[in-house]
Design a binder for this molecule. Structure first.
Ligand code: HEM
Length: 217
């Protein structure tokens, strides 16, 4: 019983833990759209409607998928409400596409605070999110549910990775007071731009391999 319920409990716990970050991601563009452009701080560029629109859309859609993608994976919804799972799946994949594409547009127009190094790794993050969203839907439509499940899990890792990025900084500050953090150009900053998603994706691939090995022939 506990073994059966543990994955669902962990998914709900993960969604709850993201709440403060989700509130941060959603509130800033909402305040900006309500006329308080300064809510976006340095991410707001007077007159640059495409870059501003991209970062608004990016933060709104990103906030929603951070909270809802883990809940989309709840087995109880998949089993008891398959229609809801399908409809919300299309919606979340669409929002993941918006998050990735809008992030890439913003990078192309304005770069990132950490310079080309950060832009490269964030660019790869955006491309992977787009790939995972497309592949998750494509395999579901082809009724290849083993692949669909693997891509859905990759999408979940990517959807919560932006939250994990902030968690890494929080823990690092608590442990070291911020060694290697220098306005997005320190050693820690330069490692974190890939370490918030690649190690988690790699761990997931190892887990898939192990599950394949253990599966009876
Ligand atoms: C998964 C959900 C995501 C959420 C919730 C999210 C949220 C945010 C938030 C809140 C900011 C504003 C900075 C801050 O206040 O901390 C931001 C900035 C940014 N995000 Fe995302 N993001 C997500 C995914 C992505 C992806 C996939 C990309 C890659 C294309 C990306 C690229 C960027 C860039 C380039 C910035 C501006 C960086 C800078 O120069 O400061 N984000 N994001």
């Amino acid at each position: 019983m506990i073994r059966r319920l543990a994955p669902s409990a962990l998914l709900v716990l993960l969604a709850l833990l993201t709440l403060p970050f989700v509130a941060h991601a959603l509130s800033r563009p909402v305040l900006a759209l309500a006329g308080e452009a300064e809510a976006l701080g340095r991410l707001f560029h007077p007159g640059a409607w495409l870059a501003n629109g991209a970062i608004y859309g990016h933060m709104l859609s990103g906030g929603v998928i951070t909270l809802l993608v883990p809940l989309q994976l709840l087995p109880v919804i998949r089993r008891r409400a398959p229609r809801l799972h399908r409809v919300s799946g299309y919606l979340l994949a669409g929002l993941a596409l918006v998050t990735g594409i809008a992030g890439l547009v913003y990078i192309a127009l304005k770069g990132t605070i950490g310079g080309p190094w950060m832009s490269f790794w964030f660019g790869l993050y955006g491309l992977l999110m787009i790939l995972a969203a497309v592949a998750t839907v494509r395999h579901a439509r082809n009724r290849d549910f083993a692949r669909h499940r693997r891509w859905a899990l990759r999408l979940m890792v990517l959807a919560v990775a932006s939250f994990l990025y902030r968690v890494h900084y929080g823990l690092w500050f608590m442990a070291t007071g911020g060694i290697g953090v220098e306005d997005f150009h320190g050693a820690f900053d330069r490692a974190m731009v890939w370490a918030f998603y690649l190690p988690y994706l790699a761990a997931l691939e190892l887990w898939f391999r192990r599950a394949r090995r253990l599966r009876p022939a």
